[in-house]
Design a protein around this ligand. Structure first.
Ligand SMILES: CC(C)(COP(=O)(O)OP(=O)(O)OC[C@H]1O[C@@H](n2cnc3c(N)ncnc32)[C@H](O)[C@@H]1OP(=O)(O)O)[C@@H](O)C(=O)NCCC(=O)NCCS
Length: 330
């Protein structure tokens, strides 16, 4: 069975609630209808009911089945404003700034997740990745033990070696432009978590570089070898190794010649790229040249799930990301 179908089936069993902060965007309303119809999640739309009503009518969405919240009219608004002031007190935020911020759908949606009134939020059909992530970071904060929010792409390769629909996770292809060694460790730990909790597959992590096990020396290589050492010390139970060139990470025959002693033996299923340039180019190369399906970015490292969409997303993309987001709660 296709991995996304499996994810949707798992989501259906959990009957969780997703908040869609961009509730006045037609694709979001159409997605809400299908998410409810397929039983993937209950839905909260943020926005003005008067604006949502005609969109719902256009796609035959029965609004009795949806919760609609207009932030400033919500009984939770004042509580969320006070909570946000407390969260941002290190920035000396004023009451007026907090009120204006929490009135914004992205921030109000994140507050619903923070206060367990929704299990996950999904946005990005009209907002940029940066804005979606900034709202999530400031309201939800980081998962314990993680020092950076990051992302991964789930890459499904139609045929890799003898395996059909082989799944890899690539990180980070969307969030962290120039990670330090410490941040690479967090990116790898979060991606291992995503592999285990979302896909139920044992993570096997390769830290990528232009060098394999000391074949080249350069400060960029040093950053990756430092991350590998730190990761192995902090997460001794997770299979991980590096630094590897891509072929030594995923081709057993090449691993035998370039990295004979490695625990990975050319069988990695998580690829940690040294920076965002490499990660973003890498996932798009695989998508275009190997005809792979790229699902994501899946945002990871937050205390509770908030996921992003591409602004060019389709209704089906929103449904897929919703299923992933509600499962990310663990
Ligand atoms: C993640 C991102 C939004 C952060 O933006 P930024 O301008 O560096 O963030 P700011 O400087 O405004 O920082 C906002 C807060 O988030 C924190 N922060 C920034 N990036 C963070 C990260 N990856 N993890 C955790 N916290 C982070 C900052 O420390 C700051 O905290 P504070 O307000 O408590 O001091 C930015 O890196 C980004 O836009 N990434 C996306 C890149 C992109 O366009 N990708 C598209 C390709 S698909």
């Amino acid at each position: 069975m296709n991995i996304l179908t499996q994810i949707k089936d798992k989501a259906k069993n959990l009957k969780r609630r997703v908040v869609l902060p961009e509730g006045t965007e037609p694709r979001m309303v159409q997605a809400a209808k299908k998410i409810i119809f397929e039983g993937i999640a209950n839905v909260t739309l943020i926005g003005n009911r008067k604006e949502i009503e005609p969109l719902a009518k256009d796609c035959n969405l029965n609004l009795d089945k949806v919760e609609i919240i207009n932030p400033t009219h919500s009984p939770d608004y004042n509580t969320f404003v006070e909570d946000f002031m407390e969260l941002r007190k290190h920035k000396n935020i004023s009451a007026d700034e907090a009120k204006t911020t929490i009135a914004k759908p992205l921030f109000f949606g994140a507050m619903l997740v923070r206060h367990d009134k929704a299990d996950a939020s999904v946005a990005g059909s009209v907002n940029t990745t940066g804005n979606v992530i900034r709202a999530a970071i400031s309201v939800l904060g980081l998962k314990e033990g993680i020092n950076t929010v990051s992302s991964c792409f789930m890459m499904t390769i139609p045929k890799y070696r003898d395996e059909l629909n082989k799944v890899f996770l690539y990180a980070d292809g969307a969030v962290m432009p120039n990670p330090t060694a410490e941040q690479l460790v967090s990116i790898a730990a979060s991606t291992a978590d995503t592999m285990k909790n979302l896909l139920g597959i044992e993570p096997k992590i390769a830290f990528l570089s232009f060098s394999t096990k000391g074949s080249a020396s350069h400060p960029d290589v040093d950053k990756v070898t430092k991350a590998v050492e730190m990761f192995k010390r902090e997460y001794p139970d997770i299979i991980a190794d590096g630094e590897f060139q891509l072929d030594a990470a995923i081709v057993p025959e090449i691993a035998k010649s370039k990295a004979l002693d490695s625990v990975l033996a050319g069988d990695a299923n998580i690829l940690i790229f040294p920076d965002l340039d490499a990660g973003n180019i890498g996932y798009k190369l695989t998508q275009r040249l190997a005809n792979a399906t790229a699902t994501g970015p899946i945002i990871q490292g937050l205390s509770k799930p908030a996921n992003d969409l591409s602004r060019g997303c389709s209704v089906n993309d929103i449904i897929d990301v919703t299923a992933i987001a509600v499962l990310m709660k663990g």
